[in-house]
Design a protein around this ligand. Structure first.
Ligand SMILES: O=P(O)(O)OC[C@H]1O[C@H](OP(=O)(O)OP(=O)(O)O)[C@H](O)[C@@H]1O
Ligand code: HPA
Ligand SMILES: [Mg+2]
Length: 173
């Protein structure tokens, strides 16, 4: 198994890297929009910052939604999960969230989704990617990846040279 911790330092968690390109993210976000249009109509969309803003923009365009709000949540510092902080609440009067769509890039442990659902219990929670621990908290998603996967989003990565697999596999760690 490959292991990654692109940020270096400390005890690196061992994950399978799962790189995602802009094109893939666009395609999967559009696939999510196809699933969501059948569940509408929606009063508007709430993006969970920051990762949710990219799929939210694509979904809002596809579903022709123009009322967009944000719920600003911070939980991870690089790859380390910290204490979840709600930095800014929804500004729009959305009540219990009924007929509102919440969009995030992924659910991992489900901690973020649980905090958001506690605030907006009737809203529809949608993500592009889901790991098994968080999957029960999502109403609609597109792609499941294993819990020991780290999804590398295009905004967190840049192309760089890598050793051939044969050389990397024999290199002492
Ligand atoms: O299911 P969980 O274990 O809670 O993890 C999922 C959340 O973690 C990431 O956000 P992060 O807090 O890293 O902030 P960011 O969106 O600004 O990158 C991701 O965008 C999800 O919102
Ligand atoms: O797999 C992931 N990738 C990027 N950000 C994340 N935040 C929680 N899990 C992940
Ligand atoms: Mg996030």
């Amino acid at each position: 198994m490959n292991d990654i911790n692109p940020y270096g330092g400390g005890e690196p968690p061992v994950y399978k890297p799962f790189p995602v390109s802009w094109e893939e993210l666009h395609r999967y976000s559009k696939a999510l929009a196809w699933r969501l249009i059948e569940r509408g109509p929606w009063s508007g969309l709430i993006a969970i910052t920051r990762g949710g803003m990219v799929p939210a923009a694509i979904i809002a365009r596809e579903l022709d939604l123009r009322v967009i709000d944000t719920l600003c949540v911070a939980s991870y510092e690089e790859m380390a999960q910290g204490e979840l902080q709600i930095l800014k609440d929804v500004k729009q009067d959305v009540g219990d969230g009924e007929r509102w769509l919440i969009v995030d890039d992924l659910v991992d442990t489900g901690k973020t989704a649980r905090a958001v659902r506690d605030r907006l219990p009737k809203a529809h929670f949608a993500t592009v990617y889901a790991k098994p621990a968080g999957r029960p908290l999502v109403d609609t998603f597109v792609t499941e990846v294993s819990q020991d996967t780290w999804i590398l989003f295009p905004w967190d990565t840049e192309p760089q040279a890598v050793a051939p697999i044969a050389k990397a596999a024999t290199r002492p760690r």
